[in-house]
Design a protein around this ligand. Structure first.
Ligand SMILES: CC(C)(COP(=O)(O)OP(=O)(O)OC[C@H]1O[C@@H](n2cnc3c(N)ncnc32)[C@H](O)[C@@H]1OP(=O)(O)O)[C@@H](O)C(=O)NCCC(=O)NCCS
Length: 160
């Protein structure tokens, strides 16, 4: 179990998630969201040919791999669509969210994608700040998109 300050900054490595990574993804998911994705939902993304679940990992002091964040995105035609991105609580504000977004965008560019799109809760200030900082702009609102809380989604887009 990682604690705040545990993780000395090391180089990040990105890799595709495997079935065995799902419990760690669920752990980060539970810390990050009031309505976390279920195991089934995460596993389904591993099976879709158009979906990628990328992990950001670093090496711990004993050489063990630490999974510090992940991103889920779809590559459809010329578009990257980011469904989910989260950084472990103890690793926030170290540039991992930014690096995960860059990894997804690079994967998209490599496959000919021209834009990246996402939806974010209107109240999610950290995520909106991240997306703005890396060049996403608001292009619309989906009213009441998150119906459980009666909350709007902000639609954001970036040209790749
Ligand atoms: C949003 C989230 C992924 C950001 O991850 P992170 O690894 O902490 O982000 P980074 O360290 O890469 O931050 C990059 C930039 O984003 C902005 N940012 C990130 N977190 C912020 C916060 N809490 N408040 C204000 N700005 C923030 C800043 O501009 C930051 O740059 P800086 O640290 O140089 O000021 C993380 O807060 C998280 O996992 N939240 C819960 C899950 C979630 O809401 N995901 C988004 C779903 S749409």
């Amino acid at each position: 179990m990682l604690r705040p300050g545990d993780a000395a900054p090391g180089p990040l490595v990105f890799r595709r998630a495997l079935a065995q990574d799902v419990p760690r993804v669920m752990e980060i998911e539970k810390d990050g969201f009031r309505h976390p994705w279920s195991r089934e939902l995460i596993e389904r993304e591993l099976d879709h040919a158009w979906s990628q679940l990328l992990l950001a990992c670093e090496e711990g002091p004993g050489g063990e791999e630490r999974v510090l964040g992940y991103i889920v995105f779809w590559l459809v035609h010329d578009e990257v669509h980011v469904l989910n991105v989260a950084t472990a609580l103890e690793a926030r504000r170290r540039g991992i969210g930014r690096a995960l977004m860059a990894a997804a965008e690079d994967a998209g560019r490599g496959r000919g994608a021209r834009i990246s799109t996402l939806e974010v809760r209107r109240s999610n200030e950290p995520a909106i700040a991240l997306y703005r900082a890396i060049g996403y702009r608001q292009v619309g609102v989906r009213p009441n998109y998150y119906a459980e809380e009666n909350e709007d989604a902000i639609v954001m887009v970036k040209q790749l």
